[in-house]
Design a protein around this ligand. Structure first.
Ligand SMILES: Nc1ncnc2c1ncn2[C@@H]1O[C@H](COP(=O)(O)OP(=O)(O)OP(=O)(O)O)[C@@H](O)[C@H]1O
Ligand SMILES: [Mg+2]
Length: 255
């Protein structure tokens, strides 16, 4: 399998009176079609890492290769283009725009990319809503949907420009268990049926079972990982600097 995201020695530091290190020498490689979860205690740097991998933030040192391209050379407009073309985002709070209909929300990234004409954008938007099981909600405003429906619309929006990678930050964090299971299964299906790569930050242990691999973060460093539905949970002791797909599953308990 080919790597779609490679991170090399990422460092993210906030300078100030008291400097804060958010991400500390993180290296990892994620293959096309993988479903990877990122877990760790609150404040361990999961969101910070996702923002770096999603080109929403810039590392203090280190670099990210996205689809074989070194993104460290890009200016902000090129980073924005790569985000629009190659990445889709799903957040805990859906961030759908209240003043637009559901369908318009899904069409917006296509409009920004400008590859399809308006009719094709709407047709693709409707197809995506259908795929996500919310075809009949397209004319409503986001506020008229349930939390689970809104998150499915957010996933449809993330898929609008047919990205290589979907990055999700606690996508089930705000949902009841049934809606969470549904969203988890949808994300799993994206990798299995559409060949997308999914990287999901989560506190939800069920993700560990559904994911191909989990990356554990503690204090901004990779500390433990495990992979596969039958994988054994991570050890409490410091683990490898990065988790290779060939590494044996460590022993311990899923956090
Ligand atoms: N702008 C900032 N200024 C100072 N500290 C920050 C800033 N942003 C993040 N941090 C700190 O960086 C660390 C990592 O934050 P991050 O949001 O990545 O954690 P997280 O693992 O996503 O946590 P959670 O599970 O609670 O969402 C935390 O200790 C946080 O307080
Ligand atoms: Mg977070």
């Amino acid at each position: 399998m080919s790597a779609v995201i490679v991170a090399e020695h990422l460092l993210r530091r906030l300078e100030g009176e008291v400097p804060v290190t958010l991400i500390d020498d993180v290296s990892l490689s994620i293959d096309r079609g993988e479903f990877v979860c990122v877990m760790g205690p609150s404040g361990s740097g999961k969101s910070s890492l996702l923002y770096l991998l999603g080109l929403l933030d810039i590392p203090t040192a280190g670099r990210i290769l996205l689809d074989g391209e070194d993104t460290s050379r890009y200016q902000e407009d090129e980073l924005a283009n790569r985000r629009l073309e190659k990445l889709g985002f799903v957040f805990q709070f859906h961030f759908l725009l209240a003043e637009f209909t559901v369908l318009e929300n899904v069409v917006l990234p296509m409009r920004r990319l400008g590859r399809l004409d308006e009719a094709a954008q709407r047709a693709r938007g409707s197809e995506l809503l259908e795929r996500l099981g919310v075809a009949d909600q397209g004319g409503k405003r986001p506020s008229q949907l349930s939390g689970g429906q809104r998150q499915r619309v957010a996933i449809a929006r993330a898929l609008a420009n047919d990205p290589l990678v979907v990055l999700a930050d606690e996508p089930t964090g705000n949902l009841d268990s049934a809606a969470a299971a549904n969203v988890r299964e949808i994300l799993r299906t994206l990798t299995r049926d559409l060949g997308k790569t999914v990287v999901a930050v989560t506190h939800d242990a069920a993700f560990a079972a559904a994911a191909d691999r989990c990356i554990g973060l503690v204090d901004g460093r990779i500390r433990a990982g495990w992979q596969g539905p039958a994988a054994r949970p991570a050890s409490a002791s410091p683990g490898p600097a990065s988790v290779s797909p060939d590494a044996p599953a460590p022993a311990g308990d899923v956090p």
